[in-house]
Ligand binder design. Structure first.
Ligand SMILES: *Cc1c(COP(=O)(O)O)cnc(C)c1O
Length: 817
């Protein structure tokens, strides 16, 4: 798009002097990033730290001729013959006025997005969905400020069918200017942050300010589950079409059900009464909230439902936008394989230029044909060449018919497949490589080829095996016996939400956690099962009531404190779980306290005894069977006394995993399953499935000659020549240091290799002299080949400690067939 300087001056209601016929295509405001002087308007901006007017002589020198300046800056115009100046009071306001005029000249729908968080991701995802059907323009990156918004509008291509612009503010009074620029037909309100009020007196003031964006809009989209926003919109814009998404049934787009699949979430939704299912690569609440808005807007804009269903699973790829990855041969990959137009290319090249300089790498661009540029491909290619030269690109690879023709087949390929077939990957060395391809070119394949194969140390959790084990234990119980699943300590180290979610699907009856925090986290993630907190802290009672977490009551002190908390909130019949100590000598009422306990419980209707339980001290060892029997008898007795005293029944439960395996007769009304879910059996039951695999990979192989030593303190002595594999897992990951020096073994390619030398903080070494091993090979620390129980035995401890010691920095990966 070209406009004359005099036209721009008219739009900004400003004076213009000098050469008013200059044609302007680009706008620049940062002298350091201004490389193309021709047909560019330089906007001189005064900020706290800098003054753009200072750079005018330097830019004039470089060939810049068009300037937007402030009257007060008193530029000496006479020394710049053949330059043109637009002179106004405030250059940012001037630029905004120009943008507003440009906006008015575009008769397509504009979508304005604001809110405290999520603006950029909502914009990007929405663009991604809509692009499957429309030509969409959008603000680049997070260009949402007083300056970013007008620049975004300036950059909109002529041939787009709709534009998406985000607007961000930090102070009262800022939104009006952005609203005038964007003049959105559709408004999206992502959310309102409650924590910081930044420069606002109150949340209401902040909300009020943000809502100003929507003055011109006829339709506004928002989250219906946030009453504050809904009410504010309704009172401010009662005449507008207000469309919401959320869980409640008043929403135009309703989230009916959320399941977790192997790769993300499976969402059951309803749009105007029409149900449909989406597979979404993310599970977290925030991502799902953002998605709901995006889908709502897309459907209202009449994007075919099938497009939504097809595109949503691919949304993950947006994470690739300008994502940096380590490439082969010390290359850096900048992956922007999703939108190819000249503006986006320029931004990508800017980034390439910066990163190349920072890392001392040469610069390579791999580019696909750009469609919809409105230019003939020879002309387009000339533009691309010019841009690439300006940004210091040393190697340009073209993919696609147009580029192939324009480049006479030199460094060019007709298709991505052609490139993949012919490329010599090792010709890429010490380069920063920008991958910029339209989506149909599937540049992710090139990215995968050039990316360094990077492995990680992960704890892999097989959810199918976990589900199987739960059902297996259930099959050992009477049909009516209930099941409580223990998910304390981050579900024995395997991950709180994912496991709880699976268990909810397996229809267990209760979940058990150690502390209130763990329960709150599960509630926030959408777990609705009853949850018992085993170690409730007195200070957490109000929160527990709020989140409907049920306490274990183990002493009179806890009972009194909980009753007080319940009374304060005026609640009745609040469920509690009474713990009896039958011989563990840990928490719980001892049998002699039961009469007083009954008396206290009978005197209140505010608490209701849901269950009475106890815990076995030695259910896994035959040695203690006599004692276990005694505990069972005492428990039975205690329950009888309680039942008679209270005059009503309750759920009775005693058995843990080993108890279920060895004392199934004592299952009472419910059992509490823990470690058994993970495939650890007290009776070495082969039917249980291995759930957890801790794995890493070989990062390097070393040849060590006789007499050398390996690792710290030179503990690993090589009596003869050895081959050593270095593995990036250490005691900081939970790989216990006492497994050093041959005590522990790892499994590589089906063979065991002893640990050699001391285990380090982040690494360990294994002797692989006897095995065929290559760098990059997978290493099992424990799993199907080396059981958790075996590792535990070597360390003279129990599998529970092995599992719960794997540090949080080890990524948990969930697999499900
Ligand atoms: C941890 C725990 C369980 C589960 O024990 P496992 O041995 O893992 O089956 C059961 N009950 C209570 C009270 C617990 O703390």
């Amino acid at each position: 798009m070209f406009h004359s300087l005099s036209q721009l001056a008219k739009w900004s209601s400003a004076k213009v002097i000098g050469n008013t016929d200059l044609m302007i295509q680009k706008i620049a405001y940062d002298s350091r990033k201004t490389f193309v002087a021709d047909q560019t308007l330089f906007v001189a901006i005064k900020s706290v730290n800098n003054d753009g007017h200072v750079y005018i002589p330097e830019l004039y020198e470089k060939g810049m001729r068009a300037f937007l300046v402030e009257e007060q800056a008193q530029v000496n115009y006479s020394v710049y013959p053949d330059a043109g100046f637009i002179i106004c009071n405030n250059t940012v306001a001037g630029l905004q006025a120009i943008a507003a005029a440009v906006r008015q000249s575009l008769t397509i729908p504009f979508i304005g997005i604001t809110g405290s968080n999520g603006k950029t991701i909502v914009k990007e995802w929405l663009a991604r969905l809509l692009e499957s059907h429309y030509r969409v323009g959008r603000s680049p990156r997070s260009f949402n400020s007083q300056l970013g918004v007008p620049l975004s509008i300036w950059m909109m291509e002529q041939d787009i069918e709709m534009a998406i612009i985000e607007a961000g503010i930090s102070q009262p009074g800022e939104m009006k200017a952005l609203a005038d620029c964007i003049a959105p037909d559709f408004g999206i309100f992502t959310n309102i942050g409650r924590a910081h009020q930044e420069n606002f007196a109150s949340i209401d003031e902040k909300l009020e300010e943000k809502l100003k964006l929507f003055e011109s809009a006829h339709t506004i989209f928002f989250h219906g589950d946030d009453a504050l926003i809904g009410e504010a919109l309704l009172s401010r814009y009662p005449e507008k079409k207000l469309l919401s998404c959320g869980k409640g049934d008043g929403n135009a787009l309703q989230l009916l059900l959320q399941d977790s699949g192997s790769e993300g979430a499976v969402l059951q939704l309803s749009w105007n009464g029409q149900p449909f299912t989406l597979h979404f690569p993310y599970q977290d609440v925030i991502a799902i909230d953002n998605l709901l808005l995006v889908v709502l807007v897309a459907l209202e804009l009449e994007l075919p439902l099938q497009n939504v269903i097809n595109e949503v699973p691919k949304l993950q790829a947006i994470a690739m936008r300008l994502e940096q990855k380590e490439g082969i041969n010390n290359c850096l990959l900048i992956d922007d394989g999703y939108n190819a137009d000249l503006t986006a290319l320029e931004l990508g090249l800017d980034f390439l230029n910066q990163m190349g300089a920072k890392r001392g790498l040469s610069k390579t661009l791999i580019l696909s044909d750009i469609y919809q540029s409105g230019m003939h491909h020879q002309e387009l290619y000339a533009q691309i060449q010019k841009l690439a030269n300006e940004k210091g690109v040393e190697k340009l690879i073209g993919i696609g018919e147009h580029l192939y023709t324009a480049m006479d087949g030199v460094n060019a390929y007709r298709t991505t497949a052609d490139f993949l077939a012919k490329v010599d990957v090792n010709s890429y060395k010490n380069e920063a490589i920008l991958l910029k391809g339209s989506r149909q070119f599937a540049f992710e394949q090139i990215s995968a080829l050039l990316e360094q194969r990077r492995h990680k140390t992960v704890l892999e959790i097989n959810l199918n095996a976990l589900a199987y084990n739960v059902q297996y234990f259930r099959s050992k119980l009477k049909k009516e016996t209930r099941l409580l699943a223990m998910v304390k300590a981050f579900s024995y180290g395997t991950g709180a939400f994912e496991i709880a979610n699976l268990l909810q699907h397996q229809k267990v009856d209760y979940l058990g956690v150690a502390f209130a925090d763990e329960g709150i986290e599960l509630r926030k993630a959408g777990i609705t099962l009853p949850i018992i907190v085993m170690n409730p802290e007195l200070s957490s009672f109000p929160m527990m009531l709020e989140y409907e977490l049920e306490p274990e009551i183990y002493s009179f002190q806890v009972l009194d404190a909980y009753l007080t908390a319940v009374q304060r909130q005026g609640l009745t019949n609040v469920p509690v779980h009474i713990k009896i100590d039958t011989g563990m000598n840990r928490l719980g009422f001892v049998p002699s306290e039961i009469p007083q306990l009954i008396e206290q419980l009978r005197s209140t209707h505010q608490l209701m005894v849901s269950s009475v339980f106890s815990h076995l001290a030695g259910s896994d060892e035959a040695l203690h069977d006599g004692f276990t029997q005694k505990q069972i008898d005492r428990f039975k007795q205690a329950c009888e006394t309680m039942q008679n005293g209270l005059g009503r029944g309750f759920i009775r439960h005693l058995l843990n995993s080993a108890g279920i395996e060895r004392f199934a007769d004592a299952q009472f009304d419910m059992v509490r399953l823990g470690i058994g879910m993970y495939g650890v059996s007290a009776i070495h039951d082969e039917a249980l499935k291995q759930v957890n695999t801790l794995k890493s990979y070989v990062s390097q192989i070393k040849e060590v000659t006789a007499g050398e030593t390996v690792g710290y303190s030179r503990k690993g002595q090589a009596e003869s020549a050895r081959r050593i594999a270095v593995i990036p897992i250490g005691y900081a990951d939970g790989y216990n240091r006492r497994l050093s020096n041959g005590v522990g073994q790892v499994l590589i390619n089906g063979h065991r290799a002893p640990v050699i030398g001391n285990i380090c903080m982040d690494m360990c070494m294994a002797d692989v002299t006897q095995i065929h091993v290559q760098e990059g090979d997978e290493v099992e620390i424990f799993g199907a080949g080396i059981s958790i129980s075996e590792v535990a035995e070597k360390l003279d401890t129990i599998p529970y400690e092995i599992l719960t010691s794997i540090s949080r920095r080890v990524k948990r990966v969930y697999v499900m067939e």
